[in-house]
Design a protein around this ligand. Sequence first.
Ligand SMILES: [Zn+2]
Length: 524
Amino acid sequence: MAGDSFFITNVHLAYSDPSLESKLWSIECHKGKVVNVTSYIKEEPSSTKCELDAGGGVLLPSLCHSHIHLDKCFILDRCDLISGYEAKIPSVYTAQPRSYSSSRDFKEAMKVTGAAKAGFSLDKEDLLRRGLKLIRESVECGVTSMRAHIEVDVQAGFSGLDVALHLKEKVRLACHVQIAVFAQEPLFSSTEDTDPGPNFHLLVEALQRHGVEVIGSAPYVEPTIEQAKKNIALIFELASRSSITLIDFHLDYNLNPNSEPLIYEVIKQARNFCNSWKADSSELFRRRITIGHATRLQLFTPEEWRHLQDAIRDLPITFVGLPNSDMYMQGRSQANQPLGAPRSTLRVPYLSDKYDLQIAMSVNNVENAFTPQGSVDPLALCTFGAAVFQAATKTDIQILTKAVTITSKVAIGQTNVPLDLFPQPGDTADFVILHGIRTLRQAVLNPPHNRTTIRNGIIVACRRTRRWSAVQKLHVPQTITPISWWWYMLFPICWPCLLINWVSEPHVSTYRQPEELEWDEETT
Ligand SMILES: [Zn+2]
C-alpha cells in the first residue's frame, strides 16, 4: 500500500455479537476510508507501516455535536443568575397560552446573555479564544463534526459569524464546523408588527456569506403565537430562495400542556415546500429539518406520538434532545410541587424504540446562563441519559451511543454517515478510540478520559491523563514480623540477641509523612 495507508491495531469494536465484541481487531484505512477490518495478529512494529496500536481500547464512530452554540460558550463569568428555583412565571405570561417557555429564568438567561452579546463586537479576540477552546476541547473528546449555531441580530451583528467563519477554516483538518446562522431573538419587534423587523433583515444578509450552511430560528421567542408561526414560514421561504438545504428550529421548548405544539406548523410548512423539493429527488435527499429541544412533546400520549409519527412520514425530520439545557431550564414555576419541578427531555431510547423516531442528543451550551453545568463531552450525555431515561440494557446503550455519533451526523445532514457503530469497508475513517476500557458498555456508563481522535484516517487529537496519585506512590516498607520475646525464653543461648533487639530499632515501622514523599507524575 502507498503512504496514505493507516492501520489501527489491537482494538475492540462495538459489535452487538458478544463473541465479536470480545475479540481484538485491526482496521486498515486508505486515503481516509476503511478498506479492511480483520482479526488482530500481534506483529513486530514496522518502521515502514503507519500504525496506531490502540492497546486494546474501544473504537467508535467519531462523536458529533448536532447542536452547539459556538458564540455564547464560556460566558458564565459575565452572567449573574439570580432566579434559581424560586422563579415564578409572571402573570402577564400565564394569562395567555403562549407557545414558548416564558419563565423568568428563561427571560433572565435571554437578558444576561443579550448583555454579554452586546459586547461581542467590541472584543473579537474574546470570541475567537472562547470558540477555539470549545472546538479544541470537543476534538480532544472525539468530536470531528459539529453544527455551530451563531446568533445574528441587532445586538451581536455579524461579529460572531465573522469569527465562526474564520474558525471554520482554521480547524478544517480536525473538525467540520457547520455554521448555522441562528435567530435567537424575535424576528418581529412587537406584537403589532405584521412584517419582520431588523433581526430578519440581518439574517437575510448573513445567508449571503460564503461558508454558511444552515439557517435556524427559535419561534418560541416571538411576541405572539401567530408571529411564531410566521417565523417558521419565513425560515422555510428563506431556505427555499437560497442554496441552503438545512433548516434548524429551536422548538416547543416548554412543558405546558396548554401550549400548541408548533411541530405541526413545521410539518405543514415542510409539506408546502416538499413538492418543489421532490421535483429534484437529490434535493430532497440533501434536505434536512432539525428540531431542537421539543420538550413539549414529552407530554404526548401514545396516540399523539403515533399521530406525529404518521404526520412526519417521509419528511426528513430529525429531533435533537438537549438534556443538559432541558433539565436545567424547564418546569421551575412548579418547584413547590411534590417531587419538585417537572423536568423532561426527549426520551431517546424509549421514543426511538417505540415510534422509530430519529432522536440525537447534543450538548447545546457550555458555561452560560441557559446551561451553566456540563462539559463539552457528548459521551457524558449518554451517561446522564442512562440515569434520566433509566436505560442501561444492551439496546439502550447502542441507541444512546448512536444519538451522539451516527444519529447526530444524520441530524446535521452529513452524507458520509456509517451504518453502524463498528467500522465497515467504505466507511469514512472518522473515529474516537477510548483507552483503558474493553466494551461499549463501559464507554457509555463510565467513559474514560484518555482518547485518540481520528478524522479522515489522520490522528487529529490525543488526550491523556497526567496521573498523580498519593495512593499509587505511597511507600509501604517491608517489615519482618519480630520474633516474640517468649521464644527467646525457650532457647537461653539467644538471650544476648533479645537484649540487643530491645535496645536497638523501634519495634513498629513508621511511614514517612506525605510532605516528605517524592511525588511522581505518570502519563498513561
Ligand atoms: Zn440551542
